[in-house]
Design a protein around this ligand. Sequence first.
Ligand code: PLP
Length: 399
Amino acid sequence: MEKHRNQTARDSMRSTMLPYGQQWIDDQDIEAVVGILRGDFITQGPAIEWFETKVAHYVGAKYAVAFTNGTAALHGACFAAGISAGDEVITTPITFLASSNCVLYQGGTPVFADIDMDSYNIDPEEIKLKLTDRTKAIIAVDFTGQPVEIDRISMLSRDRGIVLIQDAAHSLGASFSGRKIGGWADMTMFSFHPVKHITTGEGGIIVTDDEDYYRKLVLFRNHGMTKNPEELISNDGPWYYEMQELGYNYRMTDIQAALGVSQMDKLDSFVARRREIAAAYTEAFGGMKGLIVPKQHPSAESSWHLYVLRWDPQYFSADRETIFNELRSLNIGVHVHYIPVYMQPYYQKLGYRAGLCRNAEVYYQTAMTIPLFPRMTASDVSDVIDGVRRVYNKYYTGS
Ligand SMILES: *Cc1c(COP(=O)(O)O)cnc(C)c1O
């Protein structure tokens, strides 16, 4: 009988896996890319600047420098900030590896500050506790698309002459106190991986108002090399180029940039749809005891990259892994974002230890990302809600 009921439950669910995130490419995007493929420049052409200008204008920044991906862009920001051996950089453990790996690339030392249990973002009070004379920068991550308390964090960094880098891979289109993310920090990174708000396949960008950072970023993504007559130390003739810094080849292609330009036209509607779906989830799950829905800071307007649902273990007869597997078996592509970075074997080898950030570890034990992306249909959204309710009812024990 029990078996039969489960069978029926499963049959009524979807037949294909609903991922936690996915791109939305339309005919206009495809034509934009084809246009570049038929043209003269597939890389180092004019589309890069079109894309940079469009993103800078949208977020309210003076300059933008596109990179091959968001990780390379963060590496560039750490270079421009002058991070090197002996420098400490404060960041959150609840983030993708790249937010702190970029510090290691430059020989710096990541220092992890614990998260706030309402927003899951880095806690400004915890940042204060981790500041030392060697703190060179803060990399603040807008986890799930909800901006960090960027007003308080900017004040902290400005007072101490620390560089503020915002990892806004999750928060393109988000605002804090009515001002778009991208207009707040010294440098802000956006990623264009397919699960993010808009995509270029792979891609990333740094926006900044500072001309000096801008110049360094442009050098860094192209081997540290310049042909700009105003910047040359000497000049042997019209062929002359000069390598002034150790840079990389981190250039975005025009194929990617053209896709980005076309995707930017849809950003606001993508964000609006993400907000709609998030609101539907909060309405559905907000009243279910044992489920913890994401709380929002009153000044933060999230662009909702991720929706994290936490399962309070004291209310359920199954552990998080069982609940996770059950949802996957219903083709609801749940995920966990993220394992605290310092728990990774590589970081353990560097000497970081469990227990470093208590909130982050509690958060990690209970978190589950449920699918959220603009192309989800009403029926996809109700599949998620039904699936969560079903698994909830199966394991809810009442307290
Ligand atoms: C996606 C992501 C990155 C890295 O971006 P890529 O474009 O994938 O290199 C960095 N930080 C966070 C928080 C991300 O989610």
